[in-house]
Ligand binder design. Sequence first.
Ligand code: ZN
Length: 160
Amino acid sequence: MKFLKDGVTHKFMADHMAKRACEWLRFMGYDVEYPDVHYDNEILKICIENNLILLTRDIEFYKRYSLSIFLDSTDYKDQVSEIISLFPPDKKLFFTRCPVCNSILVDVSTDTLDPLKYTMVRQKFKTVKYCKKCNKYYWEGSHYKKILNEINKILKFKSI
Ligand SMILES: [Zn+2]
């Protein structure tokens, strides 16, 4: 395992066995790609070309690439814990990235939202986060609170 120099923003690639961890790391603002290709060779090519740190549960795959982390546990929470102990999270980056596609979210005024579809959201919030690629809005509702609660549990466990 050899990593890029400090000061560099680390970018990751989660393989198909780390999909759930990928989503949770994105909630925490980590830049994590998820492959739209299927074969290991294709995934490796993308990792090499983009200097991505590969997160995998496949020991053979792990051995083939020096910038990779072997995820020991099958539990995504343990997997996330392992990553954040190596690469501490930046709380300023929480909820800045789309968990579905990894794009950076932008702030949009709720005035621009459909008043019929988003009545409650418009009443409660002045701005929401928006993913241009997925055409999806995110706001600090009950789902957000649940996720933040889980993240805090993981962080407390690691005492970061
Ligand atoms: Zn998206």
